[in-house]
Write a protein that binds this ligand. Structure first.
Ligand SMILES: [Zn+2]
Length: 240
């Protein structure tokens, strides 16, 4: 049943939220608490999406706002479970954690991206023609060149490693489409941020300024997900 798969994905998503937020402490066992008043949450405050709606986005004891990140990630992970082949799910779960972490800290943790690369190699190994693996190294070299020539300003080296994983996982047609989409989405978001900052909207509403670095990994991962769902081949790549 699709609805159960979605709910299962949303539960995994609420777990991935915790993994990303506690990654630096390496403590995934403690009870979940409000980050503001440290009140330990009860079971009904931990139900994915549902709790956020029932609590109307506020902590039940201190009334501090709960971040939209929680339900967004839960819904997104639920949708991923509905749309991504089972064998790819572990890799996409890592991608979700990378997305949250890169948004927050503007960096991709090495252990996460290495785990994604290893799982992608395993996936490529069992799934398709070895020649199609070349998409991974090609995307890696492309990003690494941007990283090198911009001296790390336009792109982080972590993005190159993530590109390697995406290429290995999706192959030539979808992999190159994912990267193309990532640049398109990135450009759109940058334009929107620029327009919003003109009206001084960002500072007040989002606490962002246009100078603040925009993380790129979320765009790569969004591009990968969309290319996979719609089996895109934007660049009309043939698998050599
Ligand atoms: Zn609280």
């Amino acid at each position: 049943m699709d609805i159960f798969l979605f709910i299962f994905g949303a539960i995994i998503g609420s777990f991935l939220n915790v993994v990303a937020l506690r990654w630096d402490e390496k403590n995934f066992n403690g009870r979940s608490e409000c980050p503001h008043c440290h009140k330990v949450l009860r079971w009904w405050e931990l139900v994915p999406v549902f709790s956020f709606l029932v609590l109307r986005a506020r902590c039940s004891s201190c009334k501090h706002k709960i971040s939209f990140q929680y339900p967004l990630v839960e819904i997104w992970t639920g949708l991923i479970f509905l749309t991504v082949p089972y064998l790819m799910l572990p890799i996409f779960c890592i991608y979700v954690v990378i997305t949250i972490y890169d948004f927050k800290y503007k960096i991709i943790p090495d252990p996460l991206v290495y785990a994604a690369i290893i799982l992608s190699i395993l996936y490529a190994f069992v799934s398709y023609d070895p020649i199609d693996w070349l998409a991974g190294p090609i995307i890696f070299l492309f990003f690494a060149a941007i990283w090198f020539f911009s001296q790390g300003r336009a792109m982080g080296f972590g993005d190159a490693k993530l590109g390697l994983s995406v290429g290995l996982l999706l192959g030539m047609a979808q992999g190159l489409s994912a990267i193309t989409l990532a640049f398109w989405i990135g450009a759109c978001v940058s334009l929107i941020l620029m327009a919003l900052s003109k009206f001084g909207f960002l500072k007040s509403a989002l606490g962002l300024t246009i100078k603040s670095e925009v993380p790129f990994a979320p765009f790569i991962i969004l591009g990968a997900w969309i290319s996979l769902i719609f089996d895109l081949n934007i660049l009309h790549a043939s698998s050599l």
